[in-house]
Design a binder for this molecule. Structure first.
Ligand SMILES: [Zn+2]
Length: 482
């Protein structure tokens, strides 16, 4: 339990850039990085007079998919609004966003314990779609340049309710949300590239002279790593508590503060009193009609929900106990998730598949139809050991693929990986070992089952390379049961 004198009340507003081909309201390529500045631009995203925005259907579809993954309600009608602010990265001096009628309303994301059970649930206010701003680059001598390659890139905003109760939980929530948008396939969500960014709303509650105090909210903008989310919450909460206890101006303040997180100094820098919705002068975007998604075949949520891939939490609920820690690293990679599900569907145990994904990834990535199951068959039957296969996996793959007629068994034979099993040799070895170890046999018969490992070891030694451990174990048990 926390020994802090206050409770955290935290909500996150998480932005993610969608991985569409083109920008949100024009046909410019959606490529905010890796181009010369101001090359992926056109009159629409430069905000020139006389241009008209046309919404990107793919972006609307991807937003709805995120909403469906969070089990949000998708309203019948959604509309666009202008949000006004003056800043050099916004050429129109407004951003096309969604105010009172977003594409997705409500929803939730569960945080699971390691055994797959639900530990906590974080609810959402909404998920809406808007356009990203350009980027300022501050050069030497007080000069700033603006790059508008990012201006107009589709951006979703996922707004949680203030359900988060610790810095650590907020970090996990953000990680989980990142995993989810990647699994749905709508964003790469790389925080280092700014493809996913987060504003953190923080206040605290505590008991003071018989009443419950709740401090005013501080919004910390552009917190750009999961670690910074955790640290900014702890820092700002303590700052609010100290300020209150010092009888500071926080006691009479009612509006929200906006601040930034300084990664280098670990400080929250208060910037200004937050604009309310009035200051943004939201009004309906006159150039784009409202969208009725259920009336459009390609955007109908009832159809889209059937196209959702299996989500990380569903995979965890089925396999977390069996697979353990490897599962988390598999869940962060879409290709690994595909292998995982494919080979389980083909009949391999989840634990084995997870192990192969970690130990022989190159084999899986070039495997042809049936290869993986054929190799697994050899290992399962005891004809080849996994460690022997792993040791020669590169040669194995090359040999197996050298001709269409090669089978996994041919290759194992060629590379000397087949484990011989000579039943006559094994039987006489068992007879000798039993005769030579009456005490071990007596122990086994009186209930010490672990002694069988010793007996099998002795038999393997005597059989000298002509026995497979799995078969020997069975044969020893059968013999001792007589
Ligand atoms: Zn454009």
């Amino acid at each position: 339990m926390s020994s802090l004198p206050y409770r955290y009340i935290v909500g996150l507003e998480v932005h993610a850039e969608l991985n569409t081909e083109t920008k949100m309201f024009c046909r410019c390529v959606n490529k905010p990085f890796g181009s010369e500045p101001n090359t992926n631009v056109c009159p629409v995203c430069l905000g020139l007079p006389g241009t008209l925005p046309v919404p990107n259907r793919e972006a609307v579809k991807k937003t709805i998919l995120v909403g469906l993954a969070l089990e949000s309600t998708i309203p019948k009608i959604s509309k666009w609004d202008r949000k006004h602010y003056f800043y050099p990265d916004s050429p129109k001096a407004y951003q096309i966003s969604q105010s009172d009628m977003p594409l997705c309303v409500g929803g939730h994301l569960d945080l699971l314990a390691p055994d797959g059970s639900v530990e906590s649930t974080v609810r959402f206010e909404r998920v809406h779609l808007e356009e990203d701003a350009g980027k300022l680059q501050h050069a030497a001598g007080g000069v700033s340049h603006v790059d508008l390659n990012r201006a107009g890139v589709p951006l979703i905003e996922m707004v949680s309710k203030p359900d988060l109760t610790s810095p650590e939980q907020a970090r996990r929530f953000l990680q989980e949300l990142r995993l989810l948008v990647r699994a749905v396939g709508v964003s790469d969500a790389d925080m280092e590239k700014g493809q996913m960014r987060c504003d953190v709303n923080i206040n605290i509650a505590f008991e003071h002279e018989g009443t419950t105090i709740k401090t005013p909210i501080t919004e910390v903008k552009n917190v750009n790593s999961t670690r910074a989310v955790e640290r900014s919450i702890a820092t700002e909460a303590q700052r609010q508590y100290d300020e209150w206890m010092a009888d500071g101006p926080i006691r009479t303040r009612t509006n929200k503060l906006t601040s930034g997180w300084d990664e280098d100094t670990n400080e929250v820098k208060i910037q200004r009193a937050k604009e309310g919705a009035n200051d943004y002068r939201y009004f309906p975007e006159p150039d784009i009609p409202p969208v009725a998604v259920y009336e459009l075949a390609d955007l109908n949520p009832k159809t889209l929900v059937k196209t959702l891939p299996e989500l990380p939490n569903s995979i965890r609920k089925q396999y977390a106990k069996e697979v353990g820690a490897d599962l988390e690293s598999i869940l962060s990679d879409r290709e690994e998730i595909e292998y995982f599900k494919q080979y389980i569907a083909e009949g391999m145990p989840a634990k084995v598949v997870a192990n192969w994904i970690k130990q022989v990834p190159d084999f899986l990535s070039v495997a042809q139809d049936g290869d993986v199951l054929a190799v697994y068959g050899l290992i399962k039957s005891g004809d080849m050991s996994f460690s022997a296969f792993k040791e020669k996996v590169a040669q194995f793959t090359a040999d197996l693929h050298s001709s269409r007629e090669r089978t996994a068994k041919d290759t194992a034979q060629t590379l000397g990986l087949l484990q011989v099993h000579d039943e006559n040799v094994v039987q006489s070895a068992i007879a000798e070992v039993i005769a030579a170890n009456p005490q071990a046999v007596a122990d086994y018969k009186s209930g010490n089952e672990r002694i069988i490992g010793f007996i099998v070891g002795q038999v393997m030694k005597k059989a000298a390379g002509k026995a497979q451990p799995a078969h020997v174990q069975e044969a020893v048990k059968a013999e001792l049961a007589k």
